[in-house]
Design a protein around this ligand. Structure first.
Ligand code: FAD
Length: 597
């Protein structure tokens, strides 16, 4: 059954997997093994129903009733308790039971491919990225605990961080940022003092999301370590001590945020908090671990593993908001009439809706590639290299385009779009967070260059573009214009790489954002061509080819006269099958007159 936006009263209440055939397509393409695909179907369909019918309606309410800090108890004791609307707690409990906080493998009893967890994150983000923030950091913290926690705490913490029982489960958070040290974490001053085999932390953290979690991964500088980021170490800090007393934490205040209201973000003071060094192996005689475990210059890397995973998560958050924005706009446009017609009959509205989907499918192609790369690349090394550079690219591009798309979608709702009792005002407020947290766009663009400098990761991008173009070749004329736009962009990219590598530092830095956009767009265009060929081969449907052609014409080609004289009629002639995921005959697409497509 094709989605019919005129039939739906609203997005909330729908099964968000059932109304998203492109998500099914991505799972089909990236999970060639039948067993994996069956698992994906079971997991993702459960999330589609849960998110659309239970998580999403509560998220609307909790946005209006954000958390508050109850500073003192009735006796005047400083308890610093965060009080939530019950809906926030119910949402997290439902998601913990569904395995979203790192318990999915335990729930299904086998390893879960990364594209399946990506699909669940994409769905949850359509309801509320704040909930994903809280529980995504929980699985990130579990990962650090599993790999780096000392024996004495590892198993106990891990069991609770990955628990499927909301009554028993722990949540996680990460504290990097300080007032003076945001992008520049090397400026951090939180101090780590050794106390036998344990550590005590002293300092102030300035942005602490999910602050009422139970386990925090915290950056601090061990006494005697050098200045800068290499002198930092990563610590595991429980919120409470074994006797349930507070572990030297003061929540100073909750931040008055623009969006992502449900998750409490706070300023925190650490006053001698007990901490465990991530990466230390305590000697069996109970004495302190060797000093160099805290000062080996690698402490920051352990935290960056969590940050990189979170950056990928933020790309998925943005794509989730982008998808929700499209869905809300498509439903609204199918109901709203002006000048005697549904507004989705008007060419300009059609163009907005089509391009919302075109950009969404491009962003999803790149993010699902990040998830699939280590399994699908010719070698594990190439897959890892591609993932290394594709994650910051995906974060940069999905967050920027996600934000712009939310604005476009909001405007489809006219004045209602701007109102808080319609769904897109919140999505816009939330989307603005994603270009900033887990590394701003600029910092991620610098990271793209770091990946090139440290490991030549640009070669993995070029090789992936080539593989995609090769896969698209059998589609012949249907993908000719799209493939040649990708080939031309690849040539520009090679030139741009040489330029960035050869010019003075300030000039190279000046171009890094534009450069990252070019690299991301080229890769996305190539992946869409590959997807289009896959779809043509398996079903003869040219809908994906229409998407690839439109994306490459808009994002990779410089069209004369800004495209005004382009006679392409795709938006007008194929609106229905594009936005409703229907069939387009290849011959119909070929007969669409047009220069660029
Ligand atoms: C809602 C929210 C929740 C957050 N939660 C957490 C959390 O749980 N834990 C945590 O540790 N942090 C958290 N953060 C902090 C977040 O990670 C930082 O805000 C972010 O890393 C940017 O740091 P900053 O705010 O200090 O900005 P700054 O680093 O001061 O940057 C300001 C501007 O300067 C630019 N800039 C800085 N350096 C460069 C450079 N070298 N080249 C070019 N441009 C540059 C930036 O791109 C940005 O545009 C949260 C932030 C928000 C908004």
């Amino acid at each position: 059954m094709l989605p019919d936006y005129a039939e739906y009263g609203q997005a909330i209440g729908l099964d968000w997997y059932a109304v998203d055939p492109n998500l099914r397509f991505l799972l089909d393409k990236t999970l060639p093994e039948e067993e994996d695909r069956l698992l994906a179907e079971e997991v993702v369909s459960e999330y589609g129903a849960l998110v659309g019918s239970r998580i999403a309606p509560r998220a609307e309410v909790t946005d209006r009733h954000g958390p508050v800090l109850d500073r003192y108890d009735a006796w005047g004791g400083d308890v610093g308790r965060v009080v939530h609307h019950p809906g926030w707690l119910e949402n997290k409990a439902d998601l913990v039971r569904a395995g979203f906080a790192g318990g999915l493998e335990a729930k299904v009893g086998r390893p879960v491919p990364a594209v399946v967890t990506a699909a669940t994150a994409y769905l949850v983000s359509q309801a509320e990225t704040a909930a994903y923030c809280a529980l995504g950091m929980t699985s990130g913290a579990a990962d650090i605990v599993e790999r780096y926690a000392p024996d004495q705490v590892r198993d106990g913490l891990l069991a609770r961080l990955t628990s499927l029982d909301p009554e028993h489960s722990f949540e996680g958070g990460m504290f990097l940022t300080e007032r003076q040290g945001g992008s520049d974490v090397g400026a951090n001053t939180t101090r780590a003092m050794q106390d036998g085999s344990e550590w005590r932390l002293f300092g102030e953290k300035h942005f602490c999301s999910n602050v009422d979690a139970d386990v925090f991964i915290v950056l601090a500088r061990p006494d005697g370590a050098p200045a800068g980021s290499r002198g930092l170490a990563t610590f595991i800090v429980p919120r409470h001590l074994d006797d349930a007393s507070p572990n030297g934490f003061t929540v100073k205040r909750l931040k008055p945020k623009l969006g992502t209201v449900g998750v409490p973000t706070a300023e925190v003071s650490l006053e001698g908090s007990l901490a465990f060094l991530a990466g230390s192996v305590p000697p069996s005689d109970g004495t302190a671990p060797p000093l160099d475990a805290a000062r080996d210059g690698k402490g920051i890397n352990r935290m960056m593993e969590m940050v990189n995973a979170s950056r990928f998560g933020v790309a998925l958050m943005s794509l989730g908001i982008h998808r929700r924005s499209f869905l809300e706009a498509a439903i609204y446009a199918a109901h709203r009439e002006q000048f005697g017609k549904r507004i989705d009959a008007y060419p300009l509205v059609r163009e907005t809706l089509v391009d919302l989907l075109v950009d969404l499918e491009a962003g999803l192609a790149l993010s699902f590639e990040c998830a699939a790369a280590t399994r699908s690349a010719p070698s594990a090394d190439e897959g890892a290299l591609l993932r290394r550079i594709a994650i910051p690219l995906a974060k940069i591009r999905s967050c920027r385009i996600g934000l712009e798309s939310t604005i476009q979608a909001l405007e489809v709702l006219g004045g209602n779009g701007y109102m808080n009792d319609w769904p897109l005002a919140r999505q816009l407020r939330d989307a603005q967070c994603h270009t900033i947290w887990e590394g701003t766009e600029n910092i991620c663009a610098i990271d793209v260059r770091r990946a090139m400098r440290s490991s030549g990761a640009e070669q993995a991008v070029l090789a992936r573009v080539d593989r995609a173009l090769e896969a698209a070749a059998p589609a012949g004329r249907l993908l000719e214009s799209a493939s040649s736009a990708v080939r031309a962009a690849r040539e520009q990219l090679v030139e741009a790489i040489a330029y960035i590598q050869s010019v003075p530092e300030d000039l190279a830095l000046l171009q890094l954002r534009r450069f990252s956009y070019l690299m991301a767009d080229t890769l996305e265009g190539a992946l869409l061509c590959e997807e289009a060929a896959f779809e043509l081969d398996r079903s003869g449907n040219a809908r994906k080819a229409a998407i690839a052609r439109r994306f490459t014409a808009r994002r990779l080609d410089s069209r004369p006269l800004r495209g005004i004289t382009d006679p392409d009629r795709t938006v007008l002639d194929h609106f229905e099958p594009i936005v409703r995921y229907g069939e387009i005959e290849p011959s119909a697409l070929l007969s669409t007159a047009g220069r660029s497509v």
